[in-house]
Design a protein around this ligand. Structure first.
Ligand code: NAP
Length: 290
């Protein structure tokens, strides 16, 4: 039952109505018997109006997605070191009007890999794309034993600013980060030869933007015991993952990242753990991990 005491949490984004987050978080609140609900706020209000609404309505915690991940950064009171470094947030906690923000996406990605492949170690990683999701995955990588990342990014207007951001991450973490132009196939083949893990962090392969993020013939350079991951979870199996599976690589889609980033947000708000096994089972056709 919702009462006058029920704590309110939610996702603020646009578009937002397709989100799986209400299912995940409301399952979590039910698990820990907390008088709280998670709703979707599909909004295009200004960032200032959003920050003000969180405070004035006493919303206890929110997740943010497009278009608010960067624009709300200057409007919160405190940022975790991760949020500061990547310049983007996906989680805000409201404690008596004081807003603290973090970003759980990167740790969510690596936690999902750890859960599905606990025996694997990743020293050298190749990432296709350098958008918001790639940056958080790179920032978190060092906490999971990664020593070197090679990033492939289109040589366009954002190239220099992304290099600057990655240099800051490298300086703070000690992670070795190399950036190469997306269309440099020789550099790609060389990076793949040394990679324990290849990650698609571009939009290519989403239902709305189908395709393969790298020329298929280049996959032959990736060692056969490497893992191929895609941040995309809709569809669950992208053309990229299908190609990799056919070539006998182990694969991982983005569903685990979605679930684990949510579990980390939940912990940030409540200091309690979410049991993710039933959530994996529900969202992944009865399987324990994606
Ligand atoms: P983003 O900030 O828009 O970045 C997209 C990246 O893809 C950019 O680096 C962009 O290149 C690159 N790209 C797009 N089209 C390309 C093309 N044709 N050729 C080469 N590169 C191309 O988006 P994002 O937020 O990082 O999201 C990236 C992916 O991660 C999306 O598919 C998203 O669904 C997924 N994601 C999943 C989760 C999860 O929980 N599983 C969470 C967040 C994101 P430029 O930099 O050159 O523009």
């Amino acid at each position: 039952m919702i009462s006058g005491y029920t704590a309110l949490y939610g996702l603020i984004a646009h578009p937002a109505q397709h989100s799986l987050s209400p299912f995940i978080h409301n399952t979590g609140f039910h698990q820990i018997q907390m008088d709280a609900r998670y709703a979707v706020f599909d909004s295009q209000a200004t960032p200032a109006a959003i920050a003000s609404a969180i405070k004035t309505l006493g919303i206890r915690g929110v997740n943010l997605s497009m278009p608010y991940k960067q624009s709300l950064v200057p409007l919160v009171d405190d940022l975790t070191p991760t949020a500061k470094l990547v310049g983007a947030i996906n989680t805000i906690k409201n404690e008596a009007g004081r807003l603290t923000a973090t970003n759980t996406d990167g740790d969510g990605f690596w936690r999902a890999l750890q859960k599905k492949h606990p025996q694997r170690r990743y020293r050298s990683v190749t990432i296709l794309g350098a958008g918001g999701a790639a940056l958080v995955v790179i920032e978190a990588a060092v906490r999971y034993g990664v020593q070197q990342v090679t990033v492939f990014k289109r040589a366009n207007a954002t190239y220099d600013s992304v290099i600057q951001r990655l240099a800051q991450i490298s300086l703070a973490s000690g992670l070795q980060i190399i950036v190469e132009p997306y269309d440099d196939q020789l550099a790609l083949a060389t990076a793949l030869q040394n990679a324990d893990c290849l990650i698609n962090a571009t939009n290519i392969g989403m239902t709305a933007t189908p395709g393969n993020p790298l020329p298929i013939n280049l996959l032959q350079y990736l060692p056969e015991d490497s893992l191929v991951a895609d941040l995309i979870y809709a569809p669950r199996e992208t053309a990229f993952l299908k190609t990799a599976q056919k070539a006998h690589y182990q694969i991982q889609n983005g569903l685990g990242m979605l679930i684990e980033q949510a579990a980390l947000s939940f912990e940030f708000w409540t200091n309690e753990s979410m049991a993710t096994t039933p959530i994996y089972q529900h969202l992944n056709g009865g399987n324990d991990a994606s």
